[in-house]
Design a protein around this ligand. Structure first.
Ligand code: PLP
Length: 391
């Protein structure tokens, strides 16, 4: 029997599994590990969202299969969000689809639009599904820089000129995970112009749309006129409303891409549980105070991390957005690499972080620190770091 499965063969061992296993073992031994590894929000959605969930769940008619592309009310709520937040009007029927979290949507869109051997341009380092969604679908990845600087377009030009077959898709995502890089509208204008010229689909991941710390709100690529000719954008309730476990995300934009994703999903799922979708609509339509509260929470934690780790002897470049800091490992540990450094930090300081190499080879030399523990715990982590660095 052949057990060398084509798709499994294309997946390298999960880099984070090693650190996760060590973390679990340390906790099983009773050690207090401060987990700044996984980007799992520690908050909860507002009460009116929970109330809507339970109210609809009490309806005996709400327990059947739901709608694969999402209930109409939720798609309308997402269209209303794009209108008020970005000034972009989209048709909830043909330009919006609900996904089981944005990760599912990204993976299934990759399945829908990729043929084995296609070449896809994806950032390195990146959130793993940006690359592996396409690798699972049989594509080859050509890496592009994660930073939206001048080199981005130089490398893109090269990739288009010298790659055979010609790339079909460009993946971007700002504010980025793991790097916390941010992009402005001028960058998106250039991306759209480039994609139109070279007939590339653009997939934009805007999971951290609402977690920005400056005065200028994060833009959407769909604010660029004509972006819809080439682009689709994913957003998520996971971080905005602290609803990661609910698995509700969206894709908005180009009708052909929305159609392709809708088609594939219609074979694969029946949509999220209707009460979850109704409560998700309540999150988008109801009071929005939680967005500001969450933004302030992550900002305070960022400031606390930068200040306390800095005093402990480890300089943290302050992220301008997202819930992560992307941090060079201290100089004297450079030869270790990010994996071995993360393991040492775990065993010696009791602090779990994500090794940068887990996000792609360009992530080597860095670790990602997630702002998912409270300030007291971040300060406790800093004390552990200080002792570790003093050894
Ligand atoms: C950049 C990025 N996109 C997508 C996701 C997945 O979000 P969701 O919970 O909507 O699947 C994450 C989660 O960490 C992320 O960091």
């Amino acid at each position: 029997m052949n057990d060398d499965f084509y798709r499994i063969r294309r997946l390298p061992p999960y880099v984070f599994a090693e650190v996760n296993a060590m973390k679990a073992a340390a906790r099983a031994r009773g050690e207090d590990i401060i987990d700044l590894g996984m980007g799992n929000p520690d908050g909860a959605p507002p009460q009116h969202v929970i109330d809507k969930l339970t109210e609809v769940a009490r309806n005996p008619r709400a327990h059947g299969y739901s709608a694969s592309k999402g209930i109409a009310g939720l798609r309308r709520a997402q269209a209303a969000y794009y209108s008020r937040r970005f000034g972009v009007d989209v048709d909830p029927d043909s330009e919006v689809i609900v996904t089981l979290g944005s990760k599912e949507g990204l993976a299934n869109l990759a399945q829908a639009i990729t043929a084995p051997g296609d070449v896809v341009l994806a950032p390195n380092p990146s959130y793993p599904i940006h690359q592996f969604g396409f690798i699972i679908a049989g594509a080859a990845i050509r890496s592009i820089p994660a930073a939206p600087g001048p080199e981005f377009f130089t490398r893109l030009e090269y990739a288009i000129r010298y790659t055979v077959p010609k790339p079909t898709v460009l993946v971007i995502g700002y504010p980025s995970n793991p790097t916390a890089y941010v992009a402005d509208l001028a960058f998106y204008e250039q991306v759209v112009a480039f994609a139109r010229e070279h007939k590339l689909w653009v997939i934009s991941d805007l999971a951290y749309a609402e977690i920005y710390f400056g005065d200028v709100p994060t833009p959407s690529i769909l604010q660029v006129p004509d972006a819809r000719d080439v682009a689709i954008e994913f957003t998520s309730l996971s971080k905005t409303y602290s609803m990661a476990g609910w698995r509700i995300g969206f894709a908005v934009g180009n009708r052909t891409l929305i159609n392709a994703l809708t088609r594939v999903k219609s074979y694969l799922d029946y949509g999220a549980f209707t009460p979850v979708q109704a409560a998700a609509a309540a999150a988008l339509n109801g009071p929005q105070d939680i967005i500001g509260v969450n933004r302030q929470l992550y900002k305070s934690r960022r400031d606390c991390l930068v200040e306390s780790f800095g005093r402990a002897g480890w300089d943290i470049p302050p992220p301008q957005a997202s819930m992560f800091a992307w941090v060079p490992i201290p100089e004297r540990f450079h030869n270790l690499g990010s994996m071995a450094f993360a393991k040492q930090l775990l065993t010696e300081a009791g602090v779990a972080v994500s090794p940068g190499v887990g996000f792609g080879e360009e992530g080597e030399g860095y670790v990602r620190i997630a702002l998912v523990e409270n300030e007291q715990r971040i300060r406790q982590a800093a004390r552990g770091v200080k002792k570790f660095l003093a050894k």
